[in-house]
Ligand binder design. Structure first.
Ligand code: PHB
Length: 395
């Protein structure tokens, strides 16, 4: 079967769904496909820090009201090292904030809004490849849930299909881009206990990094630095609590039943080409960042804000914004890459670190927390740089 539309969006994650929503507000029809079921998408646990600009886009375009009611505003974070706690006050340094709102909650809102608007979202449809990217009718060749072939022909195709992007493989090769590996991973747990502190704690300790985060008034999310090959089931609950507690001296962790554990490997990646002809990449298909800076979903939103406006112009006959898209998007992507790499390097214990390396790292942390400029730099990056093109998307 062949379907025709203006924009085919591969991937019903935050990038794909938000793009469909913003295009619809401009009267542009799209079809979204995703190989996962709606339930899988709505229950996959991901990070939950939204920059102020992300929250403004979600709330002011009608994509999510719950972000403001269920989400929690955080006006700072706690940077812990050498047994001391230092608050980075976002409100005092930048007048901005972030919101703790789990990604799957944002996805539920976006899916509900799209379906209520009668949008064509097809779950369980797997994109196999993108054909004719250089023509003016690129096609997505897909297979539906029953194994039947489906082709979608459009003016534009957007690959919002995550780090294993089929769209990227079709336009520039699966692994084409700049990347960096890290010699550690995060061991993550979810537990039934109220938050241990009001704000998130990012801790550099002798034993390695730990992050004390939250999901809701009843559930906490915590991570500690581990070996990338660690087995998530090898440690007992008591050992997990000992490991976490030892890495946040000065704070008593609220303990509760651990109901999920996972090992998250991470890396930095930026695709070499964000566009080929009429195929464009956004979100994790275009870049991956380590989670320490909480930039993943926010960067996807920034791509999409820029792209929604560029596609509107292109469909009206003005190609200048879409021609400028890769370079404009890359500028923010590399700023976020740098910030995520910096936070990661500053806070984690490098395997084999010498005494010099360790003392230098503490010197770096002290440079940041003892300087207003240092705290402001961190706060600006964490709460998010201004979003290019946002006024046209909100207007
Ligand atoms: C999370 O709550 O999962 C989380 C928060 C902040 C990060 C990364 C993950 O930097």
């Amino acid at each position: 079967m062949t379907v025709r539309t203006r924009v085919t969006i591969i991937g019903a994650g935050p990038a794909g769904l938000l793009l469909a929503h913003l295009l619809d507000r401009q009267g542009i029809e799209s079809v979204v496909i995703d190989s996962r079921t709606r339930e899988e998408i709505e229950t996959t646990i991901r990070a939950g820090i939204l920059e102020q600009g992300t929250v403004e886009v979600l709330s002011q375009t009608g994509a999510s009201d719950r972000v403001l009611t269920v989400g929690q505003r955080h006006e700072g974070i706690d940077l812990a090292f050498a047994g001391e706690h230092h608050r980075i006050d976002f409100a005092a340094t930048t007048g901005r904030a972030v919101w703790l709102y789990p990604q799957h909650e944002a996805l539920k809102d976006l899916i509900a809004a799209r379906l209520a608007a009668g949008q064509d979202i097809r779950f369980g449809v797997r994109a196999e490849r993108v054909e004719d990217p250089d023509s003016d009718r690129p096609r997505v060749v897909a297979t539906d849930g029953d194994g039947a072939p489906l082709e979608i022909e459009a003016d534009w195709v957007v690959g919002a299909d995550g780090s294993r992007s089929v769209a990227r493989a079709s336009i520039s090769g699966r692994h084409s881009g700049a990347f960096r590996e890290y010699p550690f991973a995060w061991f993550g747990i979810l537990c039934e206990a109220p938050p241990s502190a009001e704000e998130l704690i990012y801790s550099n300790s002798q034993q390695g990094f730990a992050l004390i985060s939250q999901r809701s008034p009843e559930v906490q999310r915590m991570y500690f630095q581990c070996d990338p090959d660690a087995d998530p089931n090898a440690m007992s609950e008591a050992e997990l609590w000992d490991t976490l507690q030892a890495r946040v001296p000065g704070t008593t962790l609220n303990q509760g039943r651990i109901f999920q554990r996972d090992v998250l490997r991470f890396r930095s990646f930026v695709a070499s080409d964000l566009r080929r002809g009429r195929v464009v990449l956004v979100g994790d298909a275009a870049h991956t960042v380590p989670p320490t800076g909480a930039k993943g979903m926010n960067l996807a939103v920034a791509d999409v804000v820029l792209l929604a406006d560029a596609l509107r112009a292109a469909l009206a006959g003005d190609d200048a914004p879409i021609d400028a898209f890769p370079e404009r998007a890359q500028q923010r992507i590399w700023k976020a890459q740098h910030f995520s790499w910096w936070m990661t390097s500053m806070l984690h214990l490098q395997p084999g670190a010498s005494d010099f390396d360790r003392q230098r790292q503490l010197g770096e942390l002290r440079t940041v927390v003892e300087s207003e400029a240092g705290r402001t730099y961190l706060a600006e990056a964490y709460t998010g740089w201004p979003l290019a093109g946002v006024e046209r998307v909100l207007g």
